[in-house]
Design a protein around this ligand. Structure first.
Ligand code: SF4
Length: 227
């Protein structure tokens, strides 16, 4: 987590693939020393600052937490380079707490869809924690990130292939691709035989229906919960 800011997953994975075989515990990183630590992670952005923070963090973990990562927000946020979002990710993925780490993707998706509108990440986080049904809380932040990363992308959201297009409140929602597909098939049908028209429309409808029913149900429950 400490290495990932402003770096790609691929870059971080390459750095940790070099680092972990030689040092994969706080004490081992301390023993490695700051110069060697920098040498192992120098391919990722801001590596000097990250190495300094990581080394300070390792000292705190060894001195105050027996070499283990603490499982409370207060102790996590006291570590160098760890803010609210990072603490939420650690609490969620390492300790199974139902936290919501609001990043740029979740912030955008929450505001666009109307699930949890807010002026800042804390506001969005608090609303998501209230609105998302308990059964989905553990994994919701992963789903929202993936939705923002691959479908509800920042510059040009892919509303036409979005499984929650019918529930989304985004005013600038793009015209449904399913609608465009239907128009295409209808126009094509004018030039085709009735049977071809029937088969084409059937294909279009099946495409539209091939959605993730569970995710759709989850969002419906969010939308109908207390706002
Ligand atoms: S319909 Fe468009 S704006 Fe709404 S969530 Fe889907 S991709 Fe995002």
């Amino acid at each position: 987590m400490l290495l990932s800011a402003q770096a790609t997953d691929v870059g971080v994975n390459k750095a940790t693939a070099r680092l972990y075989p030689v040092a994969n515990t706080p004490q081992a990183i301390i023993d490695l020393g700051i110069d060697q630590l920098k040498a192992h992670i120098k391919t990722i952005g801001l590596y000097n600052t990250k190495a300094e923070n990581l080394m300070k963090t390792c000292h705190i973990l060894v001195d105050q937490h027996g070499g283990e990562v603490p499982d409370t927000r207060q102790a996590l946020e006291a570590l160098p380079g760890v803010g609210r979002k990072t603490a939420n990710v650690i609490l969620n993925t390492a300790f199974g707490h139902p936290t919501m780490a609001v990043d740029t993707h979740i912030f955008r998706v929450s505001n666009r869809t109307g699930i949890a509108k807010g002026k800042n990440v804390v506001e969005v986080e608090q609303k998501l924690l209230r609105h998302v049904p308990k059964g989905f809380l553990q994994d919701a932040h992963h789903w929202l990130i993936l939705h923002g990363r691959y479908t509800c992308i920042a510059r040009k959201p892919r509303c036409g292939s979005c499984i929650i297009e019918d529930l989304c409140e985004y005013k600038e929602k793009q015209r449904s691709l399913s609608g465009q597909v239907a128009i295409f098939y209808i126009l094509r049908a004018k030039l085709a035989t009735p049977m071809a028209w029937y088969l084409a429309v059937q294909d279009a409808l099946q495409d539209r229906l091939a959605t993730d029913a569970a995710a759709h149900t989850a969002l419906l429950e969010c939308r109908h919960s207390d706002k």
